[in-house]
Design a protein around this ligand. Structure first.
Ligand SMILES: Cc1cc2nc3c(=O)[nH]c(=O)nc-3n(C[C@H](O)[C@H](O)[C@H](O)COP(=O)(O)OP(=O)(O)OC[C@H]3O[C@@H](n4cnc5c(N)ncnc54)[C@H](O)[C@@H]3O)c2cc1C
Length: 431
């Protein structure tokens, strides 16, 4: 890209892929038959495959692109274990017991992921760094204070209120009006996590086949016949793990997922001291805007990794880069002279009720719709889905329960997104 703010070695690809390039798989041929066929090789698909392969089911994972090409190697590496709707909203919708169960299980997913990474010795820089949730207005700060002081009984967590006058210990910016530290939130390198996970799956004898798009799905006498770009495969059980990339071959799921582009950039490496001044405690950051931004330092502590939604229709991250950089400079004007080395985007899978969902529809197993919290929820619910497919009681999940909603006339292309984004941008400005 010919721009004064891009480094000479600028790349329009995820920062993480420099260290962990997309794998070139050994030439693996698609088998004619398999016990379990998983479409999608991100965290959902691989965790499901880990369960089915470890219980001896012949498992084949396919991906239309290179293995892990989707969000699972493009994300910001911030781990929360939170779902979007709060306890009051969920209680109004489903009653207090179910609200409690949903939040509790999402929080458990965070603990579960930490144990998984630890026990499996996946070298991915997993850290309990804590999050600074920054208030973008004084009113939002007051809302955070109220939230921290009135946590629902049984769902309390360690939250520290940081006022605007004290926030320099967290962030070298005067853009925010204080915030909340959530100690239990974590970070990792998403591509190294994906790579470690995939090696576990391969070691159990499962096949992961890249550049193998599923193009049609038909019922067969004994399961499913799936036509792929590498031939036809018969599968006893079929799993759809395509999340924000869910396509026309599974129209029921597609009508329930809203793909929303999220854009990221990485700065060129800074002097270590300069970078650490930006976020002295090296936490992960997000803010209270509806059109949220999120950022952190890279694992080596030298680059700023910054993400957000800056474009409604555009899916070329290079075209959106100037707008994303403006967001960076609004928060960190001192970075005017720091050049950008990478930019990329991916499609996050949202749902109409802002909850993830898993289950079986028409015999096809699915887990999806993590609404931007997929590192731990895709991993955990992919695991639960695998257990459910095997008929194991411990696969139980509260996320099976709420119905997976769609809307009339919605077929997978979010025509309403532009209006919603503009509405929320206006609300963010007014608040
Ligand atoms: C820029 C960005 C930043 C994010 N930041 C965070 C974050 O900080 N924290 C967090 O928790 N979450 C974050 N997320 C979300 C998180 O990455 C996802 O929720 C999670 O990775 C979803 O995993 P998955 O396995 O369900 O889907 P994916 O990893 O997206 O995998 C789906 C795969 O399905 C494949 N596929 C689709 N159709 C077919 C087909 N017909 N045949 C074969 N293969 C097919 C795709 O090629 C793709 O590889 C972010 C997402 C983006 C895009």
């Amino acid at each position: 890209m010919n721009s004064s703010f891009c480094s000479d070695d600028f790349k329009a690809q995820p920062y993480w892929w420099d260290q962990t390039p997309r794998p070139v798989m050994e030439t693996d041929t698609l088998p004619e038959k398999t016990d379990v066929l998983v479409i999608g090789s991100g965290y959902t698909g691989l965790h499901c495959a880990l369960q089915t392969a470890s219980s001896g089911r012949q498992t084949t994972v396919i991906d239309a692109e290179a293995a892990g090409w989707g969000c699972s190697t493009r994300n910001g590496g911030q781990i929360s274990g939170e779902i979007k709707p709060d306890y009051d909203t969920l209680s109004r919708r489903y009653g207090s017991d179910r609200a409690y169960a949903l939040i509790k299980e999402a929080r458990h997913a965070l603990e579960w992921l930490g144990e998984f990474v630890d026990q499996q010795k996946i070298d991915c820089g997993y850290q309990r760094c804590g999050r600074f949730l920054a208030a973008h207005s004084p009113r939002q700060f007051q809302d955070l204070v109220t939230y921290a002081r009135n946590q629902p009984r049984g769902l309390e967590q360690n939250l520290q209120i940081v006022s605007a006058k004290d926030q320099a210990s967290e962030i070298d910016s005067s853009y925010y009006h204080g915030g909340l530290v959530i100690e239990r939130h974590c970070s990792l390198d998403p591509a190294r996590y994906h790579s470690g996970l995939m090696h576990k799956v391969l070691r159990l004898g499962a096949q992961v086949i890249g550049h193998c798009a599923a193009n049609a799905v038909e019922r067969s006498a004994d399961g499913y016949k799936v036509v792929t770009s590498q031939g036809t495969i018969l599968a006893r059980e079929l799993v759809v793990a395509t999340n924000g990339y869910t396509g026309e071959i599974t129209p029921w799921q597609r009508r329930r997922i809203i793909p929303i582009g999220s854009y990221m950039l990485a700065t060129e490496p800074m002097d270590q001291e300069r970078a650490s001044q930006l976020m002295p405690r090296r936490r992960v950051f997000s803010d209270t805007r509806k059109i949220v931004v999120y950022f952190r330092l890279s694992p080596d502590g030298r680059s700023l990794l910054f993400g957000g939604r800056v474009s409604v229709f555009e899916s070329d991250p290079v075209k959106s880069l100037p707008a994303l950089r403006q967001e960076v400079l609004r928060i960190f004007p001192q970075l005017e002279d720091v050049r950008i080395s990478h930019t990329w985007m991916g499609f996050v899978g949202y749902t109409f009720d802002y909850l993830p969902h898993l289950g079986v529809h028409d015999g096809i197993h699915y887990a999806m719709g993590y609404c931007g919290s997929g590192i731990c929820l895709a991993s955990y619910l992919g695991n639960q889905l695998g257990l459910q497919l095997l008929g194991k009681a411990e696969g139980h999940s509260a996320f099976n329960q709420p119905g997976f909603q769609t809307r009339p006339l919605y077929s997978g292309k979010p025509w309403f997104l532009s209006a919603s984004v503009r509405y929320y941008q206006l609300r963010d400005r007014l608040s």
